[in-house]
Design a protein around this ligand. Sequence first.
Ligand code: CP
Ligand code: NVA
Length: 297
Amino acid sequence: MSLTTDDFLDIDDLSPAELDRVLDRAAALKDGSDETRLPDATLSMIFEKPSTRTRVSFETGMTDLGGHAMFLGPDDIQLGHGEPLRDTARVLGRYADAVMARLFDHEDVETLAEYADCPVVNGLTDEAHPCQTLADLLTIREYAGEDVHVAWVGDGNNVGQSFVVGAAMAGIDVTVATPAEYAMDEAVLDRAAALGGDPTVTTDPEAAVADADVVYTDVWISMGQEDEREAKLAAFDGFQVNEPLLAGTDAAVMHCLPAHRGEEITNDVLESERSLAWDQAENRLHAQKALLVELLA
Ligand code: CP
Ligand code: NVA
């Protein structure tokens, strides 16, 4: 049974039942009980921004599945030298079985999907990071099942926004603690609510973590926001995930990585027994393989 969506631009392009199915398949691919392969499938991967996990997990995943992935960095294709995105999309769509793209503007990944005649997967835009959410939900399932309370602490950014929507789809209770000026988009919270979620929103990180099973954070200065560094560092004072914040809780800690130790999280917390960050990183591989199988098989 294939997915009802051709593209994966954000987590709620899947239905809750499809999300469940992708996560089940990810677990089965991980434990070896699912041996589905995609022989001869080709994935084109466009990157406007750097990446370790997204690039390597997609490339490795395609090799594992018997297919092939090609890395197309900013200087590798004509897109970086003035060829319009829609032309790139139409051409790649005629070669590749799927295109994965890491872009700045979310509208650009929508344009890509509109013009490419093959599935398009969002590998991170300024608004969303749904592949990360798949890995996050798989990690939470492994760690705690789904009867769990997650506190998102820090920036209301791309990773957090997709996570809050995905958590609503998975029935996970979420509290979001951000500075008022870096809150999540109201439209994102509305999408989570429409999917049955009821995220609690606060500007108080201590209140947010008080009864959390998992505390999730991400960098304060995302790629492309380097000019905002000073203003953001000032605004996020008090939002660092550190042992004093976590004192009195036995919460696990999640981070999508890369981490900026000493900013949004301390080295000792990231390196502690609380940290699920390395499982999250591994689960990118299994979750994306499952997504590709569901999109392409
Ligand atoms: N979490 C994540 O997407 O990492 P990369 O930027 O290394 O791909
Ligand atoms: N919020 C970060 C995530 C990196 C994976 C960024 O956009 O840079």
